[in-house]
Write a protein that binds this ligand. Structure first.
Ligand code: UDP
Length: 340
């Protein structure tokens, strides 16, 4: 029998790509989203890629009754939880909104997962490592005190999951994402930042298309080879496939421990300038950029040791940064076409 995966936040950037990969791997998927931070573009794109309509439920997971009703309606074998606010700066300005939304919603789905015996995959982040003492970071590298309420919610939710697994005999996996970038090769789904993008790649593509005048490179005086920060940019489709491996590991009872954590990154550090140069070369575009002051809160360098995911999940990143940057540009161009 086909297993059913509930993808909370399934209309968003990562959730939509994960939904496609899960369906293509043979899972039934129920998408649930409150649409607070996205429109229907990605949901429609997912259905177009798959050639069929997927079950969609408009649910706010802070609403206990609605969450209960959803778990009563479907037999959920596994839950992948993406539904959360994600803007670091906004979380500093509105911590209560972030704590309420990101923590309440996860508590509510954990309660239902406990009642219904569903496995839980939590979307965590490399922000939990802060400024690491050693790079690359492994899953046992220490977590550092969070520098924003957003980052703190990732740490707290990891702890919620760990404690629930221990207390209630549940199974859970936290995936720690590095820097997800790019779009589906079909250019039918991708990132849809609201307002001015915070993240580097959407800012690059919006500058290239003429929506932004100039890209600011935040600091070129870091202690790195070219002075700009180092990150681990992971292709969104590669990242999505890691979820399929993790869900399958849980559902097939292959976990070594009932709670496991995996880094999802490439293991390759790339500087901001390298990424900008690659974007220009791959897409044949001259980008308008300037060196600007450092952005407060940025860490100098963080990248993954992805060995554990390779060994235990049988997963590794396969797409090159060039392919990914081409996909990001194709997506931006498609958005511009659609807006005409
Ligand atoms: N960055 C930049 N200009 C921008 C946005 C980001 O120079 O307009 C840099 C940022 O300082 C960091 C890297 O790009 O070194 C990745 O930033 P992003 O916000 O995409 O992800 P983060 O690693 O902060 O989660």
């Amino acid at each position: 029998m086909k297993k059913t995966v509930l993808v909370s936040g399934g209309a968003g950037f990562i959730g939509s790509h994960v939904t496609v990969e899960l369906c293509q791997a043979g899972y039934d998927v129920v998408i649930a989203d409150n649409m607070s931070n996205c429109d229907e573009t990605n949901y429609k794109g997912v259905c177009a890629i798959l050639g069929r309509q997927l079950p969609f439920e408009k649910v706010d997971f802070c609403d206990v009754a609605a969450t209960k009703a959803l778990f009563a309606k479907y037999h959920i074998d596994a839950l992948i939880h993406f539904a959360a606010f994600k803007a670091v700066g906004e979380s500093v300005e509105q911590p209560l909104m972030y704590y309420k939304n990101n923590l309440d919603s996860f508590l509510n789905v954990l309660e239902e997962a406990r009642i219904h015996g569903a496995n839980v995959l939590f979307s965590s982040s490399a922000t939990v490592y802060g400024e690491p003492d050693q790079t690359p970071v492994t899953e046992t590298s220490p977590r550092k005190p969070a520098t924003s309420p957003y980052g703190n919610t990732k740490q707290i939710c990891e702890d919620f999951l760990r404690d629930c697994v221990q207390a209630y005999g549940m199974h859970g996996i936290a995936l720690r994402y590095f820097n997800p970038i790019g779009a589906h090769p079909s250019a039918l789904i991708g990132e849809l930042p609201r307002g001015i993008p915070n993240n580097l790649v959407p800012f690059i593509t919006q500058t290239a298309i003429g929506k932004r005048e100039c890209l600011n490179i935040f600091g070129d005086d870091y202690p790195t080879p070219d002075g700009t920060c180092l990150r681990d940019y992971i292709d969104i489709t590669d990242l999505a496939k890691a979820h399929v491996c993790a869900v399958t590991r849980m559902l097939e009872g292959k976990m070594d421990e009932p709670y496991e954590i995996f880094n999802v990154g490439t293991g390759r550090p790339v500087s901001v300038l390298e990424l900008v140069n690659s974007f220009e070369r791959v897409n044949g575009i001259k980008l308008n950029y300037r060196i600007a002051p450092r952005r407060p809160g940025d860490v100098t360098a963080v990248w993954a040791d992805p060995t554990l995911a390779r060994k235990k999940l049988g997963w590794k990143a396969v797409r090159s940064v060039d392919e990914t940057l081409a996909s990001a540009w194709a997506w931006e161009k498609r958005l511009a076409e659609a807006a005409k």
